[in-house]
Write a protein that binds this ligand. Structure first.
Ligand code: 2PG
Ligand code: MG
Length: 430
């Protein structure tokens, strides 16, 4: 038995940013090192995501996680005990085999992903290196370009507007810290504009301003104004990125934009977004069409993929197989990477590798239900995932991650230097 052999796995119930129960797992190694991680939770989920085990019943709206915690303490601990924590691939293989279902529903993706991440933390602790360093397999470690929410929407703001995330990307920033500086100024300017218009209503689930708008387009207009008021140049310095999360309001190729009071077919929805791309400084669009509308996604990618990044979240669910299929269909040109959609770090890594193989860009992403856990930032920095989305630049569960990025920047060989603009889809087309 070496110092890095897993000795015990402890599950416990903790709380997420929506006041809901979630699973924390702590892994202890023979040499005394420990690591822990907490499962996040989505609100707008792809239907093919790995499934969190929730207890049902009356308590906490059926969202309690007692069974998942029991699984971590029992079966999962027993199966992992004696495994070398340095061998993440083997630990994750044991987890996947033990669960035995395609969707992780037996033991719960919440129990599995927290365990998988805790194993990595424990290994890093044993080697006395930061997690990003442990996860870095080459010298490609670097901080990602932040994608930061300014207005919430969709399922994260009681569907006050249809579009889920109105975000900015500081595409002209050279360093991670500079991107945060610029975004904080845009966030502040947006808050001022909302206050002046008498529209301040607090914040949505991920810390973005509450979207008290007459239409989706009004939000876009206000976002451009906020960039300008912050003294920044739209496109050149700060651009807009949207998560339409169209699966939330679209099915079978019909899209019901409740807020704008219209129903569109797949081509109509594409046209509407194309119109926005033409009129607003948008560089990235996530889930422009529903997860069941792969043909529509392919047509959208054909029409706009040269100009903007088209990110598959609900459609690709952090799955290597799905990204390969999507590439064959010509749908999307980037993938969102959410470890809990896959269930283990190794499966998330496989999706990242598959994306690179087919020439897709990648965005590491937190969930709308989050905690102080910062694994996602270490993963992005260690693996060299070029973009990172963790919500707004407000609320502790979000700032925990941006602030961790600032600390990582100090230790990285390249400081906090961001990937060069020319490496992104919007930079490639000038
Ligand atoms: C998304 C995420 C984060 P959720 O759709 O990309 O914004 O939301 O965690 O609710 O799926
Ligand atoms: Mg999304």
């Amino acid at each position: 038995m070496s110092d890095t052999t897993i000795r015990s796995v402890t599950g416990r119930r903790v709380w997420d940013s929506r006041g809901r129960p979630t699973v924390e797992v702590e892994v202890a190694l023979a040499g005394g090192a420990r690591g822990r991680a907490i499962a996040p939770a989505g609100a707008s989920r792809g239907s093919a995501e790995a499934i969190d085990l929730r207890d049902g019943g009356d308590a906490f709206g059926g969202r309690d996680v007692a069974a998942a915690v029991t699984n971590a303490n029992g079966e999962i601990g027993a199966a992992l005990s004696g495994t070398d924590a340095i061998d993440q691939t083997e630990a994750d293989r044991i987890l996947v085999d033990l669960d035995g279902t395609a969707d992780k529903s037996r033991l719960g993706a919440n129990a599995l992903v927290a365990t998988s991440m805790a194993v990595a933390h424990a290994a890093a602790a044993a080697m006395r290196v930061p997690l990003w360093h442990h996860l870095a397999d080459t010298d490609g470690a670097a901080l990602p370009l932040p994608e930061i929410q300014i207005f919430g929407g969709g399922a994260h703001a009681a569907r006050r507007v249809d579009v889920q995330d109105f975000m900015v990307m500081a595409v002209g920033a050279v360093e991670f810290a500079e991107a945060l500086d610029w975004t904080a100024e845009v966030y502040r300017a947006a808050g001022e504009l909302m206050a002046e218009a008498g529209l301040s209503r607090g914040t949505a689930d991920e810390g973005g301003h509450w979207p008290e708008f007459e239409s989706n387009e009004d939000a876009l207009g206000m976002l451009v104004q906020a960039i300008e008021r912050a003294g920044l140049q739209p496109v050149e310095q700060v651009a807009i990125s949207l998560d339409v999360a169209a699966s939330e309001f679209g099915e079978n190729g019909r899209y019901r934009l409740a807020h704008d009071g219209r129903e569109l077919d797949s081509d109509g929805m594409s046209e509407l977004l194309g119109n926005w791309i033409g009129r607003f400084p948008i560089v990235s669009v996530e889930d422009p069409l529903g997860e069941d509308d792969i043909a529509g996604l392919a047509r959208f990618t054909q029409a706009y993929g040269e100009r903007v990044q088209i990110v598959g979240d609900d459609a690709l669910v952090t799955s290597a197989a799905r990204v390969t299929d999507a590439a064959q269909a010509g749908a999307c040109n980037a993938i969102l990477l959410k470890p809990n959609q896959a269930g283990t770090l190794s499966e998330c890594r496989a999706a990242f590798d598959a994306a690179r193989d087919v020439g897709y860009d990648s965005v590491a992403s937190a969930r709308s239900g989050e905690t102080e856990d910062t694994t996602i930032v270490h993963l992005a920095a260690g693996w060299g995932v070029p973009q990172l989305k963790v919500g707004s630049i407000a609320h502790g569960e979000r700032t925990a991650k941006w602030n961790e990025g600032l600390r990582i920047a100090e230790a990285l060989p390249n400081g906090g230097r961001l990937p060069h603009r020319s490496s992104f889809p919007w930079g490639k087309c000038g």
